[in-house]
Write a protein that binds this ligand. Structure first.
Ligand code: GUN
Ligand code: ZN
Length: 429
């Protein structure tokens, strides 16, 4: 007989998008869900579910808020050890901190140690799915996928490709980037819960030949994702313009090489031209908002209101270690603050949706994770909404669920994570 668990608590799901419908109407509160064989089997009222599943074990989470596990749609696991490095903007930050650290990942033991540390840290922060860049070394991708596989996690990742404007030891070439990426995607894509993303780092670090080779690889494997960076800082955009004087804009440098499509993920996407916005929307590509990174490296203010209003597909991400946190709670807080600076107050339901269903949809995983509904994979998180004295005293004044959860969004960290389930298995003490 399959073992079943009923999770009892304040279960928060979404019937629709809180950017389309009124946020309060998009959300659904239940008081129990049933996990069976790693999936959500039922969601609803405790009395009815208990009666229908009398033999199920019960995990009683009381007043805790249970939602889909957080989905981090853009991260760099190899930057775990250099997170919060001081004083640089993007290009200097890459050269000073990132590239020297990424040079170490040709060593499979080092890559495995950091992959383990990264998944320990992200899980402790309630993140159940990550989409990560690796380094140029195939070993770094093998380490990331092997660790995720060991933990049964649904992840996406890819070997980062760079064949110029990077130091010795951190450059591949057009052919080896194609060959190594192809071998990795053949080894990992669709294995257990793993998906492969073809990963040119960004236009400045790839020759036209490399971008074209990766565009060709994507055309041969269109079910893979493709992840890169787009229009993060104004200096970077100027650099791209000087490298590609004939391109219409930054996005065009990808588009002209076959690197624009519905399965494309474009990190940051802050300083977009109208043509770029049109093309991203027309193709159904995903923009990934990385708010702690955008403030930490000083990149700019993502136009959440405008992009959502025009119907873009948007995910949310830490961008660890350009981002200054492993926490999707902290990331939601930064998204809130950036939206405020642009005149929009994101509703708590919108923030939670972005960190779960929105990011899952950006990764084209919306039929598997990110939503609490029967048939979905049981990757869940339980939040203690009174995890510190400061949060507890504010939550104690709450008049509704949104006032109760907002202090945790704004002030919470890993102490708020009461439990995490991966594929139906409880993972924290
Ligand atoms: N652009 C190219 N590479 C990177 C990176 O590692 N982090 C960030 N934030 N931006 C990038
Ligand atoms: Zn990034």
């Amino acid at each position: 007989m399959t073992s079943e668990t009923i999770v009892k608590g304040r279960i928060l799901g979404f019937g629709t998008s809180p950017f389309v419908d009124r946020p309060q109407d998009a959300a659904r509160l239940h008081d129990a869900l049933v996990i069976s064989d790693g999936r959500i089997a039922a969601v609803g009222e405790w009395d009815r579910l208990r009666a229908a599943h009398p033999a199920a074990a019960v995990a009683d989470h009381g007043e805790q808020l249970v939602l889909a596990g957080f989905v981090d749609a853009h991260a760099h696991y190899p930057q775990t050890a250099i997170i919060a490095s001081w004083g640089k903007r993007l290009i200097d930050w890459l050269n000073t901190y990132t590239f020297p650290e990424e040079s170490r990942f040709g060593d499979p033991d080092y890559a495995a140690a950091i992959a383990t540390r990264y998944f320990d840290l992200t899980l402790a922060h309630g993140t159940t799915t990550t989409c990560s860049f690796c380094t140029i070394h195939p070993e770094s991708a093998d380490a990331y996928f092997a660790e995720a596989q060991r933990r049964g996690q649904r992840v996406i990742g890819g070997k980062t490709c760079m064949d110029r404007n990077a130091p010795d030891g951190l450059r591949d070439d057009a052919q080896s980037a194609y060959d190594d990426s192809r071998a990795l995607l053949q080894r990992w894509h669709g294995t257990d819960r793993i998906g492969y993303a073809i990963t040119p780092r960004f236009t400045p670090t790839s020759t036209p030949e490399q971008l074209a080779a990766l565009g060709a690889l994507w055309a041969e494997h269109p079910d893979c994702l493709m992840q890169t960076h787009l229009s993060e800082q104004t200096d970077e955009i100027e650099w791209v313009r000087s490298l590609y004087p004939s391109a219409r804009d930054y996005l065009d440098t990808y588009e002209m090489h076959g690197l624009l499509g519905a399965n494309g993920l474009y990190g940051h996407a802050i300083h977009l031209e109208p043509r770029e916005r049109d093309r991203l929307r027309e193709t159904g590509a995903a923009l990934v908002h990385c708010p702690t990174s955008n403030t930490f490296i000083g990149s700019g203010l993502f136009d959440m209101a405008g992009l959502m209003a025009e119907g873009q597909r948007v995910g949310l991400a830490t961008d660890t270690g350009g981002g200054s946190s492993f926490s999707m709670l902290r990331t939601m807080a930064a998204a809130y603050e950036i939206a405020q600076l642009r005149g929009m107050a994101l509703h708590p339901a919108q923030l939670l949706w972005l960190a779960t269903a929105g990011s899952a949809a950006a990764l084209h995983l919306e039929d598997r994770i990110g939503i609490i509904a029967p048939g979905m994979e049981a990757d869940l998180v339980a939040l203690n909404l009174s995890s510190t004295p400061a949060i507890a005293q504010r939550a104690g004044r709450a008049n509704d669920i949104w006032e109760a959860v907002f202090p945790t969004i704004m002030m919470g960290d890993d102490r708020a994570i009461a439990q995490v389930w991966i594929n139906g298995q409880a993972r924290l003490a």
